[in-house]
Design a protein around this ligand. Sequence first.
Ligand code: SF4
Length: 694
Amino acid sequence: MHNAECNRYPTMTHTFAPEHTVETVCPLDCPDSCSLVATVQDGKLTTLDGTHANPVTGGYICAKVRRFPERVYGPDRILYPMVRKGPKGLASFERTSWDEALDLIASRMRDARAAFGGESVLPYSYGGSNGLLTQDTSDATLFRRFGASRLTRTVCAAPSGAANLGMYGKMPSVAYEDFPEARLIILWGANPSASGIHLVPFVRDAQRRGASLVVVDPRVTPLARLADIHLAVRPGTDLPVALAIHRFLFEEGHADAAFLAQHTTGADRLRARAAAWTFERAGAEAGVDPALLRRVAELYATASPALIRCGWGQERNRNGGSATLAILALPAVGGKFGVRGGGYTMSNSAAWGFTRTWIGADEPPTRVVNMNHLGRALLEYSDPPVKVLFVYNSNAAVTSPDQQRVLQGLSRDDLFTVVFDQVLTDTARYADVVLPATTFLEGYDIARGYGPISLRLARPVIEAVGEARSNAEVFGALLRRLDLAGDGEPEGELEELFHVLDKLPGPIGAELRERGAATPPHGGRPVQFETVWPLTPDRKAHLCPADLDGEAPGGLYHYRPDPGTPEFPLALISPSSERTISSTLGELPRPEARLLMHPDDAAARGLHDADAIRVFNTLGEVHCRVTVGPWIARGTVSLPKGLWRRHTGNGFTGTALVPDTLTDLGGGACFNDARVQVEKLPNPAAREPADGPV
Ligand code: SF4
């Protein structure tokens, strides 16, 4: 159907000059969506660097993706399909052919459906690749037509997404380029120095032009060091802090009554629910000086343009949905919209205004499984039990809460697990069948930035390594093997690409075809309540949306107190690091993982820098060394997000300490509700390889 056009899209079967460059884009789960240039020598990727094609990313990229060639050719790369030959948890496999592997998977899916129903098959995926082609295309068609259990992808951004949708309908956000217009920037739960690095120069530019900077984060992040005010709040207390600012705005005459009357609903309810949160009460809960809170509130009340960059740190706890709503409501109450550089910035993923109309089947009314309950699903669900687990774009063994139970579930002998991935992850070590996946440098994809409003075509830079195949090829092949493919449906990656391009609204698909990039709506620089409006049915901001009010335990803006106990008083957080994108690239060599701890907390436990320690609670324990320093709030400790089992002394990562409780909205993960104790490891063993069965 697209033969003529297909010829314009190389499939890497032609010969290249010995050394050449190819321009593409980074689709990984990062807000920025950098434009890239890859250097290829004799068919082999040698370097990756930035270009100026995406003007926001300015010709430079992060150190993580600079190392991507090490993933492509590294020792952990999966080169061909494999089947299990030894105990689960060990990398004990033997090579097989694609046909045999796919036949086996199809027959095990059929058998499970015949014996237990389609819901006994659970697909499990998240944003490992994050392009539009690598998720919710033929994979979704396959599992929907098959009648598999449905997965809610809630490990990240679920509560904040629910909040942004409920309040503003996911209105487009202030662009990075407009940050220098602001006179006050509040970075709330965001550390752009580790994730979304291209925001940093715009923040610094704003500071040079006289803007004040406030950072709300339990850690002393690089930008917190440069901030005018750093609120090192205890994890889970962003809600009372934001409500105290609301109380101040309402009670001390700074609320924009005209704006609230014309453009919002629910202001009275928000005001009533904030009324109890004095600075003193919120400060006591959050562990910050009430006078500092008042200074932030006064700054916010008087500065314009005032801009809040709302991240994801505030969502990862029991109060995360309400906390995000309270933060997002501040520009409405304070009258900060309608001016360039004023308002808020969150995910811009919805700015293009399209939904995934290209999926070839409607969602069936099958069982819904929250991905944060993977351990429960594998160990407890019985109606029907999960008999086939198909993992792709995800490393659930280290990213899902309650790791011990997840690993126990993955160890089940009667569970048939498929892992389709680029490298041999911790999850792949539990697989019955391992399938090799292409990276974004070995095929086409469509990358959508969720910081800058950007949509770009990713092109193949090199041939697929080994026998790696794209998601479109693999799920298409399974559709055909299971007799679920329809006539005339896309086959293979290139046809899938054209299928998606055809379904994109307006000129978006045509532009991507013609020049590899689409023109962003609103010129890429929307002004909230000036050029863009809430995408709610009445174009108003709903400060206390009724459906969310009913969903949140105790109602919206209800604060649930700290889950700490005298036995486990320390709040454990696991923020993004400079080394991995979630857990992607965790296979690359790195310094050993360290727990960060405040000197006062260390002294209280007789700990010194570099001591071998155990971090523990009733769910599990992690062995590593401690870094003692004043770069984190007292009472809070931190392990990096995205660790693999090899990075700790005992093969467990921070998720082993995380309960599988859910956030107040959106069913999100409560990573920052882990409460732990730390003590010196009595007899630190020589470091053993940590991979292995539980
Ligand atoms: S991960 Fe982010 S900063 Fe790094 S190259 Fe990709 S888009 Fe750019």
